[in-house]
Design a protein around this ligand. Structure first.
Ligand SMILES: [Zn+2]
Ligand SMILES: [Zn+2]
Length: 341
C-alpha cells in the first residue's frame, strides 16, 4: 500500500548538497531531543483523517484470512505455501531486502539480486522501496520522539497499525521526506519507475496474487485433473499462501515497531525505547533484537551476544558465499576489535 503519491523529480540527486543521502545511523544521530512531555504537546497524529482505502483493504484481508479456519480450505500444501511464503516475503524480502539491505545498506548485492528482493517486497502490500526506507530512516533519526512515524508512546495500537491508516503527510511533505531520507533509493531507475506508478504497491500486490492464483489452479489441475478436488486445492493454496501469509507478514513486521519498543530487555542505553524481544525474534528470524539494532543500525547482524541468534544475518552470510552479498558490515564490537568474525 502506498500513501499519497509524491511528485518525483526527474533527477532526485540534483539538489544534493551534502552527504545526507547516506542512511541515517541511529539514535546517536537523532536530531530530535524532544522529551516525553513534548511528545504530548505534538499535534496529535491520531486526530488526522482516516485513509479509508487502506482501512478497507486491511479489514478485508483480515476477514478473508479467517477462511483458514474452515476445513474446506485446509491442506498441507496450503500450509507449506504459507511457510514458504513467510520465509520468502517475511524474511528475505522485508527484513533482509527492505530493511538491512536498502534502509541501512548493511551489505551490498548485485543490482539484479537487489531488485529481485525489492520486487518480492513489493508483493507484500507494504509500500514502495522509497517510501518504506524513508519511513524507516525517519524512525531511526527520531525514535520515540515527536517525528517518529510510529512510536508506541502515542499508543501501542498506533505503533502497530494505526499509524498506517491515518493520513500522514501532504504531497510536499512526502517529497521532502524522500529528498531527505530516500534520495539514494530514487537514484535507481527501477525504483523511480515503481514510484511513478499509480498505487504501485496495490498494482504489484494484485499482479502477484493473479499470477499466484493462475499457478495454483494450473498445477492443481495438472495433479488432480479438471475436477472439484483441483479447485479446492488451488483455493487452499491461495488462501494460505497469499491471503493468510500477507496478513501474517504484516503483523510480524508491525510487531517490530510495536512490541520491541515496549517489551523486552535492553543491552544498550539508547535514547529511544527499543528492546530486545525473543518472541519477535522468533517471528522474524532475528529482527526482535531491536535494542541491539538501534545501538548499531549500520551492522548487518543484530547478534551481539552468542545466544542472541540472528538467522537473517546467517542468510546474508550465505548470500555472501554465493557472491550475492558483499561489504557485509559486522557488529560494532567486532569492527572495533578488528576481528573478521
Ligand atoms: Zn525501532
Ligand atoms: Zn532499522
Amino acid at each position: 500500500m502506498t500513501t499519497e503519491a509524491a511528485t518525483i523529480p526527474d533527477r532526485p540527486g540534483q539538489t544534493k548538497t551534502g552527504d545526507d543521502s547516506q542512511p541515517p545511523t541511529g539514535p546517536e544521530n537523532a536530531d530530535s531531543t524532544v522529551s516525553r512531555t513534548q511528545v504530548d504537546s505534538y499535534s496529535d497524529p491520531t486526530k488526522r483523517s482516516i485513509r479509508w482505502d487502506y482501512t478497507i483493504f486491511f479489514v478485508t484481508l483480515h476477514l478473508l484470512a479467517l477462511l483458514v479456519l474452515l476445513p474446506y480450505f485446509f491442506s498441507w500444501a496450503g500450509v507449506a505455501a504459507f511457510l514458504v511464503g513467510v520465509v520468502v516475503f517475511g524474511q528475505l524480502a522485508i527484513p533482509i531486502g527492505y530493511h538491512r539491505m536498502l534502509s541501512h545498506r548493511s551489505f551490498r548485492s548485485p543490482k539484479w539480486f537487489e531488485r529481485t528482493l525489492v520486487t518480492l517486497a513489493m508483493c507484500t502490500a507494504q509500500e514502495t522501496p522509497a517510501h518504506w526506507v524513508a519511513w524507516h530512516r525517519m524512525h531511526h533519526s527520531h525514535s520515540d520522539h515527536a517525528e517518529d512515524p510510529h512510536s508506541p508512546r502515542i499508543s501501542f495500537v498506533w505503533a502497530h497499525v494505526r499509524w498506517l491508516v491515518h493520513e500522514s503527510r501532504t504531497r510536499i511533505a512526502t517529497f521532502s521526506m524522500y529528498e531527505k531520507y530516500a534520495r539514494d533509493i530514487l537514484s535507481d531507475p527501477y525504483y523511480r519507475w515503481i514510484e511513478k506508478l499509480p498505487s504501485p504497491a496495490g498494482i504489484f500486490y494484485l499482479a502477484h496474487a493473479v499470477v499466484y492464483a493462475l499457478l495454483a489452479v494450473g498445477i492443481s489441475v495438472l495433479v488432480y485433473g479438471l475436477n472439484a478436488d483441483a479447485y479446492r486445492m488451488a483455493a487452499s493454496v491461495f488462501v494460505w499462501g497469499v491471503i493468510a501469509r500477507t496478513v501474517w507478514v504484516w503483523h510480524i513486521t508491525w510487531s517490530v515497531n510495536s512490541i520491541t519498543h515496549v517489551f523486552g530487555y535492553r543491552n544498550y542505553d539508547t535514547t529511544d525505547d527499543s528492546r530486545n524481544n525473543w518472541f519477535v525474534t522468533l517471528l522474524t528470524a532475528g529482527e526482535g533484537w531491536h535494542n541491539n539494532h538501534h545501538a548499531d543500525p549500520a551492522s548487518a547482524s543484530v547478534q551481539h551476544r552468542w545466544w542472541e541468534i540472528d538467522l537473517n544475518y546467517y542468510v546474508i552470510r550465505l548470500f555472501g558465499v554465493f557472491g550475492l552479498a558483499t561489504n557485509i558490515i559486522r557488529p560494532r564490537h567486532v569492527r572495533k576489535s578488528g576481528a573478521g568474525n
